[in-house]
Design a protein around this ligand. Sequence first.
Ligand SMILES: [Zn+2]
Length: 179
Amino acid sequence: MNCPYCSYHDSKVIDSRDVNDVIRRRRQCLSCGARFTTYERVQPSSLFVIKKDQRREEFNKSKLLTGIRKACEKRPLPTGTVDKLADDIEAELYHLGRTEIPSVIIGDMVMKRLKNLDYIAYIRFASVYREFTDITILKQEVDTLVNSEAEVSQPASQLPLLPDEELQGLAKSHHRRRR
Ligand SMILES: [Zn+2]
């Protein structure tokens, strides 16, 4: 850990304490004397994600978080929902005890949760993740959802928040059909 001020490579620990599962260390740079804090936590054994093109990539939670956050953008969700969702998925993944996991499974885990959380966020995530290239396939997905999840309700007042015209059209027809 290099000093954040002068980049010197060595520091001494002047204080160390446990905070939950994290060890917080107060350090002092051996070169410039600046003090800074580091946090240390146990890294669960590495988890690799197998992508659709069969490439392997180390599981990256912030990437997962970015994807979910994008889907939930401007949706009326309580603060912390997105982080909790990513935490849950991470925990579930490590719980599986596997060293490799297909990206498809992770995507499905996210979709399953978003579906119960927010209809629009779900569709947004699905449209990116499933790489819907044409609107017909996206519409099929919406129709399937509408047919199988009649209990998913979105107050009409939320519908105009949709940024995408095409999605908006779909949502409207979805709304009409449910009346
Ligand atoms: Zn320094």
